[in-house]
Design a protein around this ligand. Structure first.
Ligand code: AMP
Ligand code: ZN
Length: 469
């Protein structure tokens, strides 16, 4: 794939041309949800920015290994489990499952790995031990803290500088403000009624920041390419991750740091704590189309705030209708016998504009504008008597390429309930074959479904399917 992919790097405060450490392979860590409740559409804006990033990397020819963690032990999950009277795993399981459902509803592609923090306690303990060997920790009342005065690079991502007179002052909570740029907790001593692990660091549980350093390096290596989150993650979360990882390895942790701006409502960040939020389920219950929600959430370039309104959602709905109507006309209008009123240059220009827009720090607004321009041209050509066979094939191929990133095109036909049952039976049969290590049978079933226009994707929570467009 020709063209250059440029991304804005929070660390250098510049647009940079993407070049991975390992040629052809992009390694990506995306901070995932804290599974104490359903995520809201602000969180989903960030997760869909990461979906667009992942698909754009593929469009530019990279193989992608993406890790998205699930924070299933922190202050919020522990409190939630206590209130519900459930053990932590049972409590968080239901929100992990709901999260995967939400991602599938919005057509986010599955990441390669979804590590859960509670499955990586050993790696977290080992990381703290390496930091201790490097003289970067101290213990107080059974908890282990990071000594930020021992890490000269502290503040390089966020620009936050710890005050000299704060040396030795500590903060124990997982989330805190810039004014609290002080020694942070790595390992928290066990407290009455809280889950705890018996480890070489003593009985306790990890701090939130430690979790991401341990899981990312375990799955992607000491140094990898891209790390993302929303802007509120820059400080303290990502600043602390750098201190933990580089303090342990003495190697550069991450090359490109990307941060999405917030989804806001009436000028304020959408947040659970403010009560001004909608979950995806809230919007679906009001009858909104998941595709329109996806459209809205990806339509504003990720470094701009996205102001959520129902007018905006309505406009997104109309945009989806335009896409779907043109597609329907393309599929149903007979091939013209004449030359076809859609010059190949128009399609080539679209391909070029689309690629350039995404290559320009994922400018989805420009990419969508290019798509709508093409759709208008297609409609005019269809009005004027249809497309030639070649033009028809050419435009469908170009739309298919664009939709590999956008994923906004409706299915060719809605599967009826009987259809769904049939698909599920086939999936179950395939899972049975895989469990029995009969991979050729499993592949045959996958191919049969593909012939019927059904695409399978194996995700961390099982196999999901969607209709090919
Ligand atoms: P949490 O589950 O709180 O850890 O959040 C999951 C992700 O969503 C994090 O990367 C947050 O920074 C991000 N996030 C939280 N609120 C918003 C918002 N209003 N808009 C966009 N992203 C958000
Ligand atoms: Zn994280």
């Amino acid at each position: 794939m020709a063209g250059e992919l440029r991304l804005y790097n929070t660390l250098t405060r510049r647009l940079e041309t993407f070049a991975p450490i390992e040629p052809g392979h992009a390694r990506l860590y995306t901070c995932g949800p804290t599974v104490y409740d359903h995520v809201h559409i602000g969180n989903l804006r960030t997760f869909l920015f990461e979906d667009v990033l992942r698909r754009t990397l593929k469009l530019f020819g990279y193989r992608v290994t993406q890790v998205m963690n699930l924070t299933d032990v922190d202050d919020k999950t522990i409190l939630g489990a206590q209130r519900a009277g459930l053990d932590l795993r049972t409590y968080t399981d239901r929100y992990v499952e709901a999260f995967f459902e939400d991602l599938a509803t919005l057509r986010a592609e599955a990441a390669e790995h979804y590590p859960r923090a509670t499955d990586y306690i050993e790696q977290m303990v080992a990381l703290v031990q390496r930091l201790s060997d490097n003289g970067l920790t101290y213990t107080s009342a059974g908890s282990v803290y990071y000594r930020i005065s021992g890490f000269p690079g502290y503040g390089k991502l966020s620009g936050v500088r710890p005050e000299a007179n704060l040396a030795g002052a500590r903060v124990d909570s997982d989330e805190y403000e810039k004014e609290d740029a002080r020694d942070f907790v790595l390992w928290k001593a066990a407290r009455e009624g809280e889950p705890a692990w018996e480890t070489a660091l003593g009985r306790g549980r990890p701090g939130w920041h430690l979790e991401c350093s341990a899981m990312s390096m375990s799955l992607l290596g000491d140094s990898f390419d891209i790390h993302t989150g929303a802007v509120d993650n820059i400080f303290p979360h990502h600043e602390n991750e750098i201190a933990q990882s580089e303090g342990a390895t003495n190697a550069p942790f991450v090359r490109y740091w990307l941060h999405a701006e917030h989804l806001i409502v009436e000028g304020e960040k959408m947040a659970k704590s403010k009560g001004n939020f909608f979950t995806l389920r809230d919007l679906l219950a009001r009858g909104h189309d998941p595709l329109a929600i996806r459209y809205l959430l990806i339509s504003v370039p990720y470094r701009q705030k996205l102001n959520f309104t129902f007018d905006g959602l309505h406009a997104a709905d109309q945009a989806i209708d335009r896409i779907s109507n043109t597609l329907h006309r393309l599929r149903t209008t007979p091939i013209a016998t004449g030359p076809g009123a859609l010059p190949a240059e128009e399609i080539a220009r679209f391909r070029n504009d689309f690629l350039e827009a995404l290559g320009d720090d994922l400018n989805t607004a420009r990419a969508l504008a290019a798509l709508h321009t093409l759709l208008r041209t297609v409609n005019i050509a269809l009005d004027a008597g249809g497309l030639s066979g070649a033009a028809h094939a050419n435009v469908l191929a170009a739309l298919g390429e664009a939709d590999a990133v956008l994923d906004l095109m409706p299915a060719a036909a809605d599967p009826g309930p009987a259809d769904e049952e049939h698909i599920q039976r086939m999936i179950d049969e395939r899972n049975g074959a895989r469990a029995a290590r009969d991979f050729s049978r499993a592949d045959t079933i996958r191919d049969q479904l593909r012939e019927q226009g059904i695409l399978l994707e194996d995700t961390a929570h099982g196999t999901v399917w969607r209709r090919e467009r």
